[in-house]
Design a protein around this ligand. Structure first.
Ligand SMILES: [Zn+2]
Length: 288
């Protein structure tokens, strides 16, 4: 399997996971599991053959999803062009997979973080998907524009500045092609916006269904499989942690009830798998 793109079918929809590249997060134990009790964290990491001191980085792919419904070609998230030399490969990998940016007629932005909106614009600062309407949750847009309040986040100033800069560069240029949603509704037939606030104020999941088959794109409701095994653990990137945990529970319950295939933006390529319920917890079962 090439790690540039991965095709699969959902009912009669043709889908493709497209890789924008990878990013190495330093000190993952501290930033991903911000509230984990120390001893329990050590124990859980050992079960995953990891050590909190020696685990120096987590290399996350940045995965977008293309859904061709027959009527529409929908892209979910646009990667992190300009964030690191290892990111920004979305358009190249889309084209290698046989889709050009002009073919995309809907771009769904799950939230306003750099790794999800970084490919909104081209090198001229114009919308990179010129034939598309961009869709975002209204609370998300209202949070980032004109200037977000990040004072609750326990991250350093440099990282906060990165978030602000990416939003300022990548959101205003799409305003002329933008549709905001403020309730759970169909974006195009078979593709529905699902409210999942907490990671950010208007963080959105996407539920896709065709001919009785379901796919749930939960975006950053979990950024590491351990977030499924530990329902109460959250990362420093969650703006409103308690709300994020409630959204995570609702999404995982939905994935289990719908027997959905799940698409996870930050999990190992291609980010596809199933959620298995184990009592109060869940487990990630990647596709073979
Ligand atoms: Zn993310």
């Amino acid at each position: 399997m090439s790690d540039r793109s991965h095709r699969f079918k959902l009912g009669r929809f043709e889908c493709m996971v497209v890789n924008d590249g990878t990013f190495a997060y330093p000190h993952p134990a501290q930033i991903f599991f911000a509230n984990a009790p120390k001893e329990r964290l050590e124990q859980v990491l050992r079960e995953h053959n990891l050590d909190s001191q020696q685990w120096e980085q987590y290399v996350s792919p940045y995965l977008s999803l293309v859904i061709d419904t027959g009527q529409h070609r929908v892209l979910v998230d646009t990667g992190a062009d300009g964030m690191a030399p290892t990111t920004g490969k979305l358009v190249e990998n889309l084209q290698a997979g046989g889709t050009s940016p002009e073919d995309i007629d809907v771009v769904i932005l799950t939230h306003g973080h750099p790794d999800h909106i970084g490919g909104n614009i081209d090198s001229d600062g114009k919308p990179a998907f010129k034939n598309a309407r961009y869709v975002m949750w209204k609370d998300e847009w209202d949070f980032w524009i004109p200037k977000p309040d990040l004072s609750q986040m326990k991250i350093d100033e440099e990282l906060k500045q990165l978030l602000v800069t990416f939003a300022r560069n990548n959101l205003p240029p799409i305003q002329g092609q933008l549709d905001l949603v403020d309730q759970e509704s169909e974006i195009v037939p078979g593709i529905k916006a699902v409210s999942a606030p907490g990671h950010t104020p208007g963080h959105m999941a996407v539920a896709i269904s065709s001919e009785g088959e379901n796919l749930l794109c939960f975006s950053d409701a979990a950024i590491h499989p351990i977030h499924l095994e530990q329902p109460d653990w959250y990362s420093v990137f969650d703006l409103a942690p308690e709300q994020a945990l409630a959204s995570k529970r609702r999404l995982m319950d939905k994935a289990v009830a719908d027997e959905a295939l799940v698409f996870a933006f930050h999990f190992s390529f291609p980010g596809l798998g199933h959620i298995v319920q184990r009592g109060e917890e869940w487990q990630w079962q990647p596709i073979a």
